[in-house]
Ligand binder design. Structure first.
Ligand code: CU
Length: 124
């Protein structure tokens, strides 16, 4: 249990520091479009994203009407768990994914999770 906690803490620390990303150009942009339209991978209508291990996703709030965040569902494996700050329009946050696997994510604001949700696949 203690090791799990430590692993989660390390993921969170890595997630916060974009300097730790070895290849920031590889960041995929996911826009928070609106509470209704949810998350959209750049130039698509999908909220599902695939990244390589060590890659990152930049979550960008593009919604004039609402604050949003991006966070893993509570059921997520601890080594893929993440939780961005609550972002206002125009704000963004990068999250680095270092461990291969799958993680479902949502917006944790209000009841947005019913429409704002997607899946992240991290390839080895
Ligand atoms: Cu939201």
């Amino acid at each position: 249990m203690r090791m799990l906690g430590l692993a989660t803490l390390m993921i969170l620390l890595v997630s916060c520091g974009e300097l730790s990303n070895p290849n920031p150009d590889a960041c995929q942009v996911v826009r928070m479009v609106s509470t209704q339209a949810g998350f959209r991978l750049a130039n698509t209508s999908s909220a599902n994203v695939t990244v390589k291990a060590g890659g990152c996703i930049e979550f960008v709030n593009d919604d004039a009407n609402n604050f949003h965040n991006a966070q893993s569902r509570p059921s997520a494996p601890s080594n893929l768990a993440f939780n961005t700050a609550i972002l206002a329009r125009g704000e963004s946050q990068k999250v680095v994914f270092n461990v291969a696997g799958e993680v479902e994510y949502i917006c944790g604001v209000g009841n947005h999770a019913t429409t704002m949700n997607g899946r992240i696949t991290v390839q080895p």
